[in-house]
Design a protein around this ligand. Structure first.
Ligand code: F3S
Length: 62
């Protein structure tokens, strides 16, 4: 599974690293990045939770 953050859409709410710190982190620009790809199978569920939990739907997983 691949995770991507659309930086044009992310508002920097900071939720995704709370759901899945193994895949998402905040960068110096205040926006999130998916820094672990492909997503390890044992955290796919939490990565999906992060995508579902993003208030602006900036995270795409497939
Ligand atoms: Fe940004 Fe959504 Fe994460 S707004 S910080 S991608 S939860």
């Amino acid at each position: 599974m691949i995770a991507e953050v659309d930086k044009d859409t992310c508002i920097g709410c900071g939720a995704c690293p709370e759901f899945c710190p193994e895949v998402f982190k905040m960068e110096d620009d205040g926006l999130a990045v998916a820094y672990t790809n492909p997503v390890p199978s044992d955290v796919e569920s939490s990565a999906k939770d992060a995508a579902d939990g993003c208030p602006v739907d900036a995270i795409h997983v497939e």
